[in-house]
Design a protein around this ligand. Sequence first.
Ligand code: C5J
Length: 229
Amino acid sequence: MNINARPFAYHFELAHTALVIIDMQRDFIEPGGFGETLGNNVGLLSAIVPACQAVLQAWRQAGGVVVHTRESHQPDLSDCPPAKRNRGQPLLRIGDHGPMGRILVAGEPGNQIIEALAPQPGEIVIDKPGKGAFYATGLQETLQQAGISHLIFMGVTTEVCVQTSMREANDRGFECLLLEDCTESYFAHFKAATLEMLCAQGGIVGWTGQSTALLDALQTQPPSDPVKP
Ligand code: C5J
């Protein structure tokens, strides 16, 4: 399939492409979580949920591989270095008790992916202690075993975990597209700058495009059996 993208058309084959949804968790999107403790207006992020839902539904219908990531730490915080936990002056630090349970800790209510985009059985779910989806996870091996060479990204936040993951993926040889209307930041100018820099210089990190272009391409695909991850 070919879809319109920046800096030029993005070509992918469904059987070798995964949809990667970065950190669409209550901790970033709802009040009382990690994002808000850092002083951000978390309401800004929910604007992309309908577009993400439309893509996820179409991708599932087409039978494509889906990867969800969660930024999360072990309850003993053994995977959360002081350089991360002690940074800044948040209202609550990682591991502290908040209204949605312990901040950014695996298994807590706030650490779950929002209901609208909840993983389905058979989809890959990666718990990551860092910003990038490849750091201290088995994601690279999992994707290689599934024959995946192309990644289409959505999620939050554009300039932190999404950008880091896309750069990590590109360094590992994956051909990456970021859906512009399916990613969001607490800072509009950071989102805009990130989109520009990822696809600048002939696509130095990868491509960016619109979800409608992907949806149009998927509509021409006959529904198929799910690709085995
Ligand atoms: C942040 C993320 N912003 N998922 N995490 O700390 O972007």
